[in-house]
Each structure stands twice: as C-alpha cells, then as structure tokens.
Ligand binder design. Structure first.
Ligand SMILES: Nc1ncnc2c1ncn2[C@@H]1O[C@H](COP(=O)(O)OP(=O)(O)OP(=O)(O)O)[C@@H](O)[C@H]1O
Ligand SMILES: [Mg+2]
Length: 231
C-alpha cells in the first residue's frame, strides 16, 4: 500500500537517510525500530511530505507522493501522529479533534463514535483543554485527531514515548483494533523493542540512516539486532 523506495534525505549537507526502502501493507502493523537520532522521524517527515527527499520514490496505492504537500497527502488518506503529539494546549479536546476536519469534505465533518469507544477518556473530557491532559491522554487525543479523517494508513512517531505502562497497553490495544476492524495499514517508529515485538507484524531496524534488518517480529531476539538497538 505504501512503498518507500531507496530514499535519501538531507538537512543541508548532513545526510539523515541513506537508501531507505520499506513497505507498509494494508491490515498489517509495520514497525521501524531504532535508537535516538538514527533517522526515524526523518523517514516519517519524508513520507508525510514535511521534508523533501533528495533521491528515491514514495508511492501510496500505486500513485507517487513525491512533490505533494502534506495536506494533499492527508487528503489521499495518510494520517499522521507526530512525535511529542503536538496537540493544541489551549484548545479543548473537542476542538483538537475537530482540527482533524481540514482535509475532509463538509459532509464528513463529524467525529466518528468509534474514537470514543476506543478512547473513552476523550469522551468524558471533551470540554477540557488539551494542555490539561496527561501525556497518555494527549497521545490518545493525537491518535483520535488522526482518526477523524478516516485515514487509509496511520503513521505514528514513537507513540509510547514518555507514557506510563498502563496507557501503553491501551494504545497497543487500540492500534491492533484499528488494524483488525478497518484493515488499515499502520506504520509506527519506535525505540521500545518490547512494544514492537508485541504489536508488529513486520519489523525493520534502522541504524544511522539505513535499514539494517528486516523481518517478522520473531526475528528480533538475536545478538545482531540487539547490537543495533543498544548504545
Ligand atoms: N531539522 C534538522 N536539521 C538538521 N539536522 C537534523 C534536523 N532534524 C534532524 N536532524 C538530524 O538528523 C538525524 C536524524 O534525526 P531524526 O529526528 O530523524 O532521528 P530519530 O530517530 O527520530 O531520533 P529520536 O529517537 O530522538 O526521535 C539526527 O542526527 C538529527 O540530529
Ligand atoms: Mg524522532
């Protein structure tokens, strides 16, 4: 469904991605694992259109995305949950969810009930300000906001970062539910090995801007994989 083929990405003279290729398929959870600073967010910036690639192609449902602005990619069905959530702290939970309406035609501008069955806490906090929510609640809000536009693929940047274990379990359950109920593709980048091992169908390991391992979640328990993930 999403195919990243041999991309390079630069920040000025510094190269952050080197010949990266990954696929994310419908009905599957694909996880890219890597330590701090190896290029995980850069990969998602390339996919979502926030930073141009300097080589390679990105295709989504057989159409190329290269050169399209982020809003145009959103309109094609790419939902994005950025690192650090980036919810609006002064807007209410409801207003934060409604901020996901932007790429939708007028008739689709409503919040699907499914979001509140996935994350009941959001339903009970609709008039609270985003900034007053806990980190875990903000992560649920950020996922809910991406769900508002009914994406075909959901892309998440370190959804477990700074979140307490019980909420990590809830988020893992929600992501699996989305995969199974809607058949959407899910692509997430993570540093947290155990979360990926539990949730992923397919795993890539990234080190210093390159993909160094690819396989099923069961292939993660080797010394070579651990070497790429420890500092
Ligand atoms: N805007 C930028 N300008 C220059 N260099 C950048 C920029 N953003 C990231 N980098 C560099 O590119 C490399 C990859 O960064 P990136 O944010 O993609 O890593 P990451 O794997 O997401 O890290 P983390 O786990 O800390 O989120 C790093 O060396 C980083 O310092
Ligand atoms: Mg990052």
């Amino acid at each position: 469904m999403l195919a990243v083929d041999n991309i390079n990405l630069h920040y000025g003279a510094a190269q952050a991605l080197r010949g990266v290729s990954i696929n994310a398929d419908r009905g599957k959870i694909t996880c890219v694992l890597g330590r701090n600073g190896v290029g995980k967010s850069s990969l998602l910036r390339a996919i979502t259109g926030q930073h141009p690639v300097s080589a390679g192609t990105i295709t989504f449902e057989n159409a190329t995305l290269n050169g399209l602005a982020p809003y145009a990619r959103a309109r094609q069905g790419l939902g994005y949950v950025p690192q650090g959530r980036e919810i609006f702290p002064l807007l209410t939970v409801q207003e934060n969810l409604e901020s996901g309406f932007a790429p939708l035609p007028r008739k689709d501008r409503f919040i699907p009930d499914e979001i509140f069955s996935l994350f009941p806490v959001l339903g009970s906090m609709l008039s609270r300000r985003g900034g007053d929510l806990s980190g875990g609640q903000q992560q649920q809000l950020a996922i809910g906001r991406a769900m508002v536009m009914r994406p075909k693929i959901l892309v998440l940047d370190e959804p477990t970062e700074g979140i307490q274990p019980s909420i990590i379990t809830d988020i893992g359950r929600a992501i699996r539910y989305l995969r199974d109920s809607t058949g959407m593709a899910i692509l997430l980048v993570e540093q947290y090995l155990d979360f990926c091992r539990e949730i992923a169908d397919r795993v890539y390991i990234m080190d210093r801007g390159e993909i160094v391992h690819e396989g099923l979640a069961e292939t993660l328990d080797t010394p070579e994989v651990r070497r790429h993930l420890t500092v």
